[in-house]
Design a protein around this ligand. Structure first.
Ligand code: ADP
Ligand code: MG
Ligand code: ZN
Length: 648
């Protein structure tokens, strides 16, 4: 045992040295290594305390290893084993059920690590002559109970690794905690509490985005005087989600809310919740809401919400941590009433990946879309960002706004800054128009590489397409009035849009109105056809919807010539209320053919009619499109003025 003691201390010293390497400066001054690690256990922080465990684990591993190697043996065949006995090389044998161990020299007294006896191991066969052979060769033999060695084996193969895992676990926790008091300190201190008046950003710093601003001003107003709303029985949204492309000013708006609200404002990013350890994100959410409730009325702002709010459906394999965090967020959002005065702001540029549960009533029930700025919006943003920059007399912000379609607020802030840098480089005291133009060119090249700008030809096509819809709508009696035409990309895939709002709620539609709807849908493509003598894929969605209406006309509403007042639907088989995907047609093949032909006839007839209609108004079409290309959005009033047509 004395020799074992030797080994023990040796290992400790070695580990002590390791300790010193890792914690260079703090340990150098202290005394002998051995004492040092013990000492640190009582005096130093969490990290070193765990390190002590770590050291102990290494020692145990080393001991275990040497113990095992003491027993390490060579497995040989039974016949060779017997030969070794006969030749006198094996002088002692330990007999157990599964193996025989043969020792040359004495098994008792070998010093571990020094001259150990050679051990031979063999798997015995049934051999009644074995014991007599041992007696004959004068070999000492003894039987060993299998169990005792098993317990040691179990100890080594289970307990040691277990201890080891626990130790590593602890060490990691205390390291991540950064000197805090352990796991629970994870949840704290991440949410940045922006105290009243800490932010200088106000709504005046945000240009464009009027819709979003109006919405948030209302939220701020509620927090300032909740009584006003509650007295009248008004309901305030619990969650407002800001949706918009990167750089459109979502974070900026939220900061403006903080600056304006005069209430505590918790700001953190979705990524802050995502941690390595399952449960930490959830704990953080819990803690955040607890703090918020204590400070109510207040605002919680979660930026980049998609980092935790990703749909649970299509995350293959699942990400337990994120899922738990999201679940906790949902639970917390349900857990307080709108009257409690906590309002949650979220921001994302990828609303399509958000889990549907987040968007349900009682959670982020209000969504505010922040579009890319149009011409006027861009000019206003440029104005804001150029106030602190010395601008030369020739700088024309309007023409800069004109030259930067598709730019978002962040891009515009960037070109002003870039322009200033270029001016400095050229040795000027003021920024000139040419500096900014150069900055624009640089930025455009970058944005085109990232595929964020559409080219001029495409813009033209989109503009004619949208104007085509709008013009057809105003020329078609009974159509919903055009509210807005825009060539600012919105959402995924839509390069522009024409907004029509019904004057009143409708419950019925006449055949004429349905045909009118088809006309308006085809108007986009018709305009492309007239101007470019070519059609594009941009109309894909329009065509689908027009076809659907035409088909319904015949199969559902009984409005065809041949099958007047008759329904020709397919019946979809259902199983437990779910569509099974198999549908049975309740009419003949010939009828199907008729339906298809009839749909084709209606669509082509209407298309021809719309092309004819728009051809007659080609000049108006061009005029409106030119204006649209210039300003990017056209309001209903301006549209009416441009058409000179009385809305029908
Ligand atoms: P997002 O969070 O939507 O990605 P940010 O709010 O971070 O965008 O915007 C980045 C920067 O761009 C802002 O700090 C601001 O300087 C500028 N910016 C963006 N949108 C606007 C805007 N509507 N008005 C003024 N500045 C804007
Ligand atoms: Mg942001
Ligand atoms: Zn269209």
């Amino acid at each position: 045992m004395g020799s074992q003691d030797e080994t023990d201390r040796d290992e400790l010293n070695m580990a002590g040295k390791k300790n010193e390497q890792w914690n260079d400066d703090s340990n150098k001054k202290s005394g002998p290594n051995h004492n040092n690690s013990l000492f640190s256990k009582f005096t130093k922080g969490q990290f070193k305390f765990s390190l002590w465990y770590f050291v102990a684990a290494i020692v145990i591993m080393m001991l275990a290893n040497s113990f095992l190697s003491g027993n390490s043996s060579e497995t040989i065949s039974y016949s060779s084993f017997k030969e070794l006995i006969v030749s006198g090389q094996i002088t002692e044998v330990q007999i157990s059920k599964d193996s025989y161990l043969g020792y040359s020299g004495s098994a008792d007294t070998g010093l571990p690590g020094l001259q150990k006896p050679t051990v031979f191991k063999t798997v015995p066969v049934v051999d009644s002559g074995f014991i007599p052979l041992l007696d004959q060769m004068n070999v000492k033999y003894q039987a060993v109970s299998e169990r005792s060695s098993n317990i040691i084996g179990m100890l080594l193969s289970w307990i040691v690794p277990l201890i080891f895992i626990v130790i590593i676990w602890k060490a990691m926790f205390s390291k991540m905690g950064g000197g805090g008091s352990g796991v629970m300190s994870f949840g704290k201190n991440k949410a940045q509490l922006v105290a009243e008046g800490d932010t200088e950003t106000t709504f005046a710093d945000v240009a464009g985005a009027d819709e979003a601003k109006a919405e948030l001003v209302e939220v701020v107003d509620f927090l300032k005087s909740p009584k006003k709303y509650l007295d009248i029985g008004g309901k305030i949204p619990k969650g407002v989600l800001l949706v918009g492309s990167p750089g459109t000013g979502k974070t900026l708006l939220a900061r403006a809310v903080a600056g304006d609200a005069g209430v505590p404002f918790f700001r953190l990013s979705g990524a802050d919740f995502v941690e390595m350890f399952v449960g930490v994100g959830a704990a953080r959410v819990r803690d955040l809401f607890k703090q918020a409730r204590e400070k109510a009325p207040c605002i919680i702002f979660i930026d980049e919400l998609d980092a935790i709010g990703k749909s649970r459906l299509n995350s293959a394999g699942g990400n337990d941590e994120r899922e738990q965090t999201l679940n906790q967020l949902l639970v917390e959002m349900d857990g307080f009433s709108a009257k409690s005065g906590v309002i949650i702001l979220g921001a994302t540029n990828r609303p399509e990946v958000l889990d549907a549960a987040l968007l349900r009533p009682g959670r982020f029930d209000r969504q505010v879309v922040i579009d890319k700025p149009d011409l006027d919006g861009r000019e206003a943003i440029l104005n804001i960002h150029s106030t602190d920059v010395k601008m030369g007399p020739d700088v024309d912000l309007h023409s800069i706004a004109r030259a930067t379609p598709g730019f978002v607020g962040a891009d515009l802030a960037n070109i002003i800054n870039e322009g200033a840098l270029l001016a400095v480089r050229a040795g000027r005291k003021k920024v000139m128009q040419e500096d900014i133009e150069e900055a624009i060119e640089k930025t455009i090249a970058g944005l085109q590489k990232k595929n964020r700008l559409i080219n001029k030809k495409e813009r033209d096509i989109v503009a004619y397409h949208e104007t085509g819809h709008a013009l057809t709508a105003i020329l078609t009696p009974g159509s919903d009035p055009v509210q807005k035409i825009s060539i600012i990309p919105r959402g995924i895939g839509a390069l522009g849009y024409t907004l029509q709002t019904p004057v009143e709620d409708r419950f019925l539609m006449t055949k004429k109105e349905l045909i009118g709807k088809i006309d308006v849908l085809l108007g986009g493509r018709a305009a492309e056809q007239i101007i470019f003598d070519e059609i594009s894929t941009g109309a894909a969605n329009d065509i689908t919807r027009a076809t659907d209406i035409a088909r319904s006309l015949i199969t559902e509403y009984g409005m065809s010539d041949k099958f007047e007042n008759m329904v020709l639907t397919k019946r979809t088989a259902t199983f437990l209320g779910q569509e099974s995907g198999m549908s049975t047609r309740e009419y003949s093949e010939t009828t199907q053919q008729y339906v298809d032909e009839e749909v084709a006839r209606i669509i082509s007839e209407r298309y021809k009619a719309v092309v004819k209609l728009l051809k007659e108004k080609k000049e108006t079409l061009k005029k409106i499109t030119a204006r649209l290309l210039e300003t990017e959005t056209i309001s209903s009033a301006e549209f009416l003025k441009l058409t000179d047509i009385k809305a029908g």
